[in-house]
Write a protein that binds this ligand. Structure first.
Ligand SMILES: Cc1ncc(COP(=O)(O)OP(=O)(O)O)c(N)n1
Ligand SMILES: Cc1ncsc1CCOP(=O)(O)O
Length: 207
């Protein structure tokens, strides 16, 4: 188990540019987020690097690992703790060769226990499953069942749940075995970002 992933908690994910990006990231961290992913699908590489570096500094102040979505070169250039890879984002060995043995490499397993087993054997540091609920951020995301969390417990890796997670439904995923709840809209779409993050954080004390 990667030393920076031993706990449980809220994993917040940004969703593209916004004028108050640094402010809302700081508020999510103040609300107790334990992992932060920089996710920006635009092609403005210069802005993406500037933002990722600034967010890395915010994360460092709270000792929260920064994960970059999709983009290994950006993760390296920004000094991020790691990268999140989906099925179109290259393999774990290639990312590890660039980012080094200490990097956190997380992977999307979608709705597949087989994929989770393969990627665990290939050296993934965490396994993400979902979407568990309809996602406002990614409405066409594949749907996953709660059983997947139970079926993959024996792999011994942190399991991340994603997709339409709210403070009201998140507890059920923790009860089913999720170590981290990955959230975009229910944190960054809430007018009270810090309060929303704190409600998720609180779930891990009651579940
Ligand atoms: C924690 C976490 N889980 C799943 C995803 C989705 O990754 P991917 O399948 O690559 O899809 P995009 O994020 O690229 O739309 C994620 N980013 N983070
Ligand atoms: C990136 C991603 N992959 C599956 S669902 C999702 C988006 C999650 O966002 P939200 O928390 O708003 O449903």
């Amino acid at each position: 188990m990667h030393s920076q992933l031993k706990g449980r908690g809220l994993y917040v994910i940004t969703d593209g540019p916004r004028p108050d990006l640094f402010e809302v990231v700081a508020l999510a961290l103040a609300g107790g987020a334990r992992l932060l992913q920089y996710r920006d699908k635009t092609t403005d590489q210069a802005r993406r690097l500037t933002e990722a570096r600034a967010i890395r500094a915010l994360c460092a102040a709270r000792k929260v690992p920064l994960i970059v979505n999709d983009d290994v070169p950006l993760a390296l250039a920004a000094g991020a703790a790691g990268v999140h890879l989906g099925e179109d984002d290259g393999d774990i060995a290639a990312a590890r060769a660039v980012l080094g043995p200490e990097a956190i490499i997380g992977v999307s397993c979608y709705d597949s226990a087989d994929r989770a087993h393969q990627l665990a054997a290939a050296g993934a540091d965490y396994l993400a499953f979902g979407a568990f609920f309809p996602s406002p951020t990614k409405p066409h995301a594949r749907r996953a069942s709660f059983d997947l969390l139970r079926q993959t417990a024996a792999l011994g890796l942190p399991r991340v749940a994603i997709g339409g997670i709210t403070p009201d439904n998140g507890g059920s995923l923790i009860d089913a075995g999720a170590d981290y709840l990955a959230v975009v809209s229910a944190v960054f779409g809430d007018p009270d970002v810090r309060g929303a993050a704190a409600r998720f954080t609180q779930l891990f004390t009651t579940h």
